[in-house]
Design a protein around this ligand. Structure first.
Ligand SMILES: Cc1cc2nc3c(=O)[nH]c(=O)nc-3n(C[C@H](O)[C@H](O)[C@H](O)COP(=O)(O)OP(=O)(O)OC[C@H]3O[C@@H](n4cnc5c(N)ncnc54)[C@H](O)[C@@H]3O)c2cc1C
Length: 392
């Protein structure tokens, strides 16, 4: 009987694991099954654009069936609920049980609410296409309401978190909302778009001159930044900050952080802060028949600090895990994970951006940064043979 390779998650880490395993292992050598809760490979890095109505759903939700065509990978749409690393079984929500010889966990991460009272209940997250569509529908309904009532809170939007995700989201909204307003006879100046960040500055980790550039660019389009003020409680539409002040807003989008996936944290494999601890070849340190790719694992950089979770890290981990499964089956040397970090790029809406490029962190701003971001998106699509999504 063929060996069973089971891959959990069809995001950046999972898809690239599947494609890479199949690049090396012939169909007769192993059965490869990929489990994902949606039929699509969702481009999470583009979700803020979908939420702001700047791209169509088909541009960010690519059918896995199409991406895996001809690859001899069995696709199972389902939700993994439990991993039993001793019996080597995975149980799905539909009560199916899948056996594996080698498992890849690439389930991504979940939004972290840090125990802030009322936050989870009263905010929107931005981790899936459904989340993005919910945000868009809600914003449209709030603007419709504002056109009738002129109540400030209907035109007030708070994005919680001034990291990459939060800043990209406000940038996209700052560009798109004026058109939505004009279509409803609302003055764009009536919109109050806030970005609230607990730390002293937005875009932590970016050089100060790029942070200033991002702030100026977004402020010139009406974004109001509140920094050094953690959200301490949310009561309905009232967002309370540490200094006791509050913002009344009908929309709160929470992009304040991520945490380990619950299926991983309850699996019994060795963890650090809810994420799998892996060897340099990306095997679980406690269960070598389990490889982990993407946000589900913690990977340390040369300075001993964990890399921030990112798509570029996830898909390179997927490729290394895929190759190492082949190497372990053939009993040849596995490859240590050595990521190539091309840089960090933050879009600031449709026509602006900031970036640091390469290991020397060369700063870029404006059109060159936007162009780099677009180029890296297209490079990824070309890599997974997903360029068809550019037609939308
Ligand atoms: C709005 C936003 C913007 C971002 N922008 C950038 C950026 O510009 N650059 C960058 O490098 N990074 C960016 N990131 C971070 C990046 O998207 C993540 O680091 C990356 O998606 C991690 O890849 P992954 O494969 O680990 O997880 P994911 O891409 O999240 O894939 C996980 C997969 O597992 C599936 N899944 C989850 N739970 C289950 C389950 N129980 N059963 C079955 N399937 C399940 C999900 O549906 C998904 O398909 C951004 C993140 C967000 C939210």
């Amino acid at each position: 009987m063929n060996k069973q390779v089971l891959i959990l998650g069809g995001g950046y880490g999972g898809l690239l694991s599947a494609l890479t395993v199949r690049k090396y292992l012939k169909a007769g050598e192993a059965d490869v099954t990929l489990v994902n809760r949606y039929p699509e490979h969702q481009l999470v890095t583009e979700l803020h654009r979908l939420a702001a109505g700047n791209v169509k759903e088909q541009a960010v939700a690519l059918p896995l069936e199409k991406l895996l065509r001809g690859q001899e990978v069995r696709l199972k749409i389902g939700t993994a609920e439990n991993i039993d690393p001793v019996a080597k079984l995975v149980r799905l929500a539909d009560r199916t049980t899948l056996r594996y010889d080698t498992l890849v966990i690439a389930l991504g991460s979940e939004t972290a609410f840090f125990g802030i009272p009322g936050l989870a209940e009263n905010s929107f997250t931005l981790k899936s296409v459904d989340d993005a569509k919910r945000i868009r529908a809600h914003l449209e309904s709030k603007l419709d309401a504002y056109a009738r009532t002129k109540e400030d809170k209907d035109a007030s939007i708070v994005v919680g978190g001034g990291g990459l995700t939060g800043v990209e989201a406000v940038g996209e909204l700052a560009d798109e909302l004026p058109d939505w307003c004009r279509a409803r006879g609302i003055e764009p100046e009536d919109i109050r778009l806030y970005c609230v960040e607990a730390g002293p500055s937005i875009l932590a980790g970016f050089p100060p001159e790029l942070v200033d550039r991002a702030r100026e660019s977004l402020e010139s389009r009406g974004v109001r930044f509140v920094t050094g003020q953690p959200v301490t409680e949310v009561r309905g539409t009232e967002i309370v900050l540490r200094d006791g002040t509050s913002i009344e807003a009908g929309t709160l989008i929470w992009a304040g952080g991520v945490q380990g996936h619950p299926v991983v944290s309850s699996s019994g494999i060795e963890l650090s802060r809810g994420r799998a601890v892996v060897t340099e070849c990306l095997q679980s340190v406690s269960h070598p028949d389990i490889f982990v790719a993407g946000d589900s694992a913690i990977v340390l950089a040369e300075d001993g600090r964990p890399y921030p979770p990112s798509a570029q890290l996830a898909w390179q981990m997927g490729e290394t895990a895929g190759f190492n499964i082949f190497a372990s089956f053939r009993q040849t040397a596995m490859k240590p994970f050595r990521p190539v970090m091309s840089g960090t790029l933050a879009s600031l809406g449709r026509r602006d951006g900031v970036a640091t490029i390469g290991a020397r962190r060369i700063p870029l701003k404006g059109f060159p940064a936007s162009a780099m971001k677009e180029a890296s998106h297209i490079r990824y699509l070309s890599h997974i043979k997903g360029l068809f999504s550019l037609a939308y």
